[in-house]
Design a protein around this ligand. Structure first.
Ligand SMILES: [Zn+2]
Length: 425
């Protein structure tokens, strides 16, 4: 009897009599992309029998076989397993995952099996931005986001806010002295590697494939890792093949899930927040907390007091609408803001807009937007908005509902390439 252990294409650990599942396994392998580094003459590339032999060869080198999971549902199940396992002692894992999802949406590779590098500075910026609003007092008290005595990431965020005051993140970042922000970001990078990034994929008591690092290689991380080791690894993590495209595709499901778990965690870590305390979610994730008033006035001056979507004349207190839904990408920059009437704004809600709306919003007079940005000290975040639009449409299945107007939903046509978004590579 020939007993073998191997990873199946979904990364599950198999220990079986060799041959029993083998043909099935070979068949599954046909459907996935096996990444092989460089040319290997011992690995035949054509023919059914030869393919069988090739798979047998790959089995002797399991790392090749474990890196090929490109099924977003399988990826999603494993991410959810991370979230459901154990009691979190801090919200850092949720922040890290949320930041990773956002990064993937804005950097979704044209090749869905591609691996992408995530600079840790970029990840830290996103984490700082997430906590930027959350560290404000709630009901006059600071909300705990960890059960430990010292919340390093929150302290780092507060060190910047202490200098610039209660302003929006982009403005605060621009106004903070370079050294102050750099120090905070370095502390966040160090904390991310020592804590959530190191622990994210390690499930308690897991063995075999369950302890496998399916998102990125974390073999060099530990709770005492220092800046020099992080620098030696390029100050980045590299997402495994398929992970970036998969997380981008799952963003519409993962983002709300992360927020719900986050609110639960914060309630658990702050006993004074009993059931009666209203709107913890609004405090943590609410989009009304930043006043869009200055943007409304400036947009009216430049583009006129009309609804961007239906051209209705606007009164004084009309909504300012996030073209790309705030719940999906959280971009407050002017490039993502338009004036809307109340009907359009509430009808559109969290739906992805029809591609033509995004195209028209991004096709607005860019110098005019930059002038507004300079005048009211409000960034356009133009490039980020373009990247997010590209990522959202690229990772949304064809024919998914998009919002065209009040009572008008149309299926996404991926064949239509909008100007300025250019998502088909
Ligand atoms: Zn309207």
């Amino acid at each position: 009897m020939h007993v073998r252990e191997f990873f199946d294409p979904l990364g599950r650990w198999r220990c079986t009599q060799f041959g029993r599942f083998f043909d099935q396994f070979v068949e599954q392998c046909r459907k996935i992309i096996v990444r092989v580094e460089g040319a290997d003459t011992r690995r035949p590339s054509v023919g059914a029998d030869k393919f069988r032999n090739a798979v047998a060869y790959e089995l002797a080198h399991p790392r090749y076989v474990t890196e090929v999971d490109t099924d977003p549902l399988a990826l999603g199940q494993r991410v959810v397993a991370i979230l459901e396992t154990g009691v979190r002692t801090a919200t850092y894992k949720l922040a890290t995952l949320s930041a990773l999802v956002d990064h993937c949406v804005e950097n979704v590779p044209t090749d869905p099996t591609a691996e992408i590098a995530v600079p840790l500075d970029d990840l830290a910026d996103r984490v700082i931005e997430i906590y930027w609003r959350q560290v404000r007092p709630f009901d006059g008290r600071a909300l705990r986001q960890s059960t430990g005595s010292r919340a390093r990431i929150l302290a780092a965020v507060e060190s910047v806010r202490a200098v610039v005051g209660d302003v929006s993140y982009p403005l605060g970042r621009a106004q903070a002295p370079h050294a102050v922000y750099e120090a905070a970001r370095a502390e966040v990078v160090l904390t991310l590697v020592q804590q959530p990034l190191y622990r994210l994929q390690r499930l308690p008591g897991a063995a075999g494939s369950a302890s496998e690092t399916f998102l990125y290689d974390d073999s060099w991380m530990h709770s005492g890792v220092g800046p020099r080791v992080i620098a030696a690894h390029g100050n980045q993590i590299v997402l495994r093949p398929g992970v970036a495209a998969g997380l981008a595709q799952l963003s519409g499901l993962l983002k709300p899930t992360l927020e719900i778990l986050w609110v639960e965690d914060v309630r658990r870590m702050n006993r004074f927040l009993d059931e009666d305390v209203p709107d913890v979610a609004g405090h943590l994730f609410g989009r009304q907390r930043i006043s869009l008033g200055p943007a409304r006035l400036a947009l009216k001056e430049v583009f006129g007091a009309r609804c961007f979507y239906c051209d209705a004349a606007l009164g004084n207190d009309n909504p300012v609408d996030h073209v790309l839904p705030w719940s999906r990408v959280g971009i407050d920059g002017l490039a993502n803001l338009v004036l809307a009437c109340g009907r359009c704004n509430s009808s559109k809600s969290q739906l992805l807009p029809a591609v033509e709306h995004a195209e028209r919003a991004l096709g607005r007079d860019r110098p005019a937007l930059e002038n507004i940005a300079a005048a009211i000290e409000w960034p356009t975040q133009f490039d980020r908005t373009v990247a997010a639009a590209r990522g959202l449409y690229l990772s949304t299945p064809n024919n998914s509902p998009t919002w065209l107007g009040v009572g008008r939903i149309i299926g996404l046509d991926r064949g239509f390439v909008p100007k300025g978004i250019d998502y088909v590579g």
